[in-house]
Write a new protein. Structure first.
Length: 163
């Protein structure tokens, strides 16, 4: 499975910032969010308990308010979860428990009532171009997602600007 989105966070508060949250209580239900320390988290419901795959810090204070492309892959074949920022892999974790993943009814930018996260808040920021693919993309494919969605600069007499 591959998740991806352009995200601009206004702040890192005391509570996680959800990107997507499944409204299911069943095994394999998925939530994907940024925790208060700025780490990407892929959270799975396994027998009613959360299994979390946390990245290194992706959102530091200097990145707040700026658009970043984030992506996470869950690859049951290689048994790895990989987190990406702006098309580059920056954190990998071994899958500890492999269960079939599913979303069912889900919320973008909000935690569902059935989420295993204790404090259910909405994202303090913006999400654009959210994607979800059944397959786990490799780094080249994730980089391509970033490149396709990346704003371009238009040169003019007054310098470059991003539309």
């Amino acid at each position: 499975m591959t998740l991806g989105a352009w995200v601009s966070l206004n702040s890192l508060g005391q509570h996680p910032s959800p990107i997507i949250s499944s409204d299911s209580k069943s095994n394999g239900a998925v939530s994907w969010y940024v925790n208060p320390m700025g780490k990407l988290v892929l959270e799975l419901n396994v027998n009613g308990k959360p299994i979390r795959y946390e990245s290194a810090v992706a959102f530091r204070k200097d990145r707040l308010g700026r658009w970043m492309h984030v992506s996470t892959t869950f690859d049951p074949v290689s048994k790895m979860v990989t987190h990406y920022v702006n098309g580059r892999s920056f954190s990998r974790e071994k899958i500890v428990t492999s269960v079939p993943l599913h979303f069912g009814s889900s919320l973008l930018g909000n935690f569902s009532k059935n989420s295993l996260v204790k404090y259910k808040r909405s994202m303090q920021g913006k999400i654009d171009e959210f994607v979800l693919f059944k397959e786990a993309f490799d780094e080249v494919a994730v980089r391509r997602l970033f490149e396709i969605g990346c704003p371009y600069e238009i040169p003019n007499a007054f310098g470059n600007f991003t539309p």
